[in-house]
Design a protein around this ligand. Structure first.
Ligand code: HPA
Length: 272
């Protein structure tokens, strides 16, 4: 597992000699088009990377793109895997640790999520301030690898306050609304019941999805700073009469992708 992250990072280094990414990017459902903006890109399919499984969900390409975005060297996972695919969480651990070994200092995560707030417009964006995990597995469970981080990592400031400020400034600069909110992560693959959404509302969550959290846990464990944005693709179950579907997720992710791309490029340009 750890060996696989080191091997995968070595593959990346061999494919783009001298290139050291500063930021790892993870693109969520239907958001992969952002990777097309990466300049001087080198594309490495997951099949060339030890420990990286093929994603099985439509809208996820399954490749790592190395190159420059907004003047910053980035490593971009175009497509991710989800726990509901039945993949071992160890694969997620390998992917994030590959970013770390490759030289990244921070992780920028995007995902598609349902809005638990009735005013969360489909196609709008939310900056994740913190999360509540309802996922039954944890990629950090099992023997701890002390080379990467401590047995009991803190999740205080998991979504880095300084990076959130930088992201908020970028949003303001380009005129895109970016409210902060709490993300609740469930296993999936089913959408939630209306009763579950009412329960999540009571618990203080603003958006709900099936990804992000495992990646953030592994990133924080190994000292990568995290900033994360949810694309609100729908009102969560029970909040609208539209039937939930993956097609709707992809459709609104595509609508939001233009704003998200501008936002991420503005963030990277200001990141320094
Ligand atoms: N629930 C969970 N995950 C999601 C949703 C949702 O409503 N929309 C997009 N991903």
């Amino acid at each position: 597992m750890t060996a696989e992250a080191r091997e995968a990072a070595a593959v990346l280094a061999a494919r783009k000699p001298g290139f050291v990414p500063a930021i790892g990017l993870i693109l969520g459902s239907g958001l992969g088009s952002l990777a097309d903006q990466i300049e001087d890109s080198e594309i490495v399919p997951f099949s060339d990377l030890p420990g990286f499984p093929e994603p099985s969900v439509e809208g996820h390409a399954g490749q790592m793109v190395l190159g420059n975005l907004g003047g910053v060297p980035v490593a971009c996972l175009q497509g991710r895997i989800h726990l509901y695919e039945g993949q071992s969480p160890v694969a997620i651990r390998t992917m994030i640790r590959t970013f770390k070994v490759a030289g990244c200092q921070s992780l920028l995560v995007t995902n598609a999520a349902g809005s638990i707030r009735p005013d969360g417009e489909p196609g709008s964006l939310m900056l994740i301030r913190d999360h509540i995990s309802f996922q039954p597995v944890n990629p950090l469970a099992g023997p701890n690898d002390d080379d990467f981080g401590p047995r009991f990592p803190s999740m205080d400031n998991a979504y880095d306050g300084t990076l959130r400020q930088e992201m908020a400034s970028a949003a303001k600069k380009i005129g895109v609304a970016l409210p902060e909110g709490i993300f609740a992560g469930l296993l999936g693959p089913n959408f939630e019941t209306p009763a579950e959404i009412r329960a999540l509302q009571t618990l203080g969550a603003d958006a709900v999805g099936m990804s992000v959290i495992p990646e953030v846990l592994v990133a924080r464990h190994c000292g990568l700073k995290v900033v994360a944005i949810s694309v609100l693709t729908n009102l969560a179950a029970g909040l609208s009469t539209t039937e939930l579907s993956h097609e709707q997720t992809l459709q609104f992710a595509q609508i939001a992708a233009a704003d998200l791309t501008r936002l991420i490029v503005a963030y990277l340009e200001g990141h320094g």
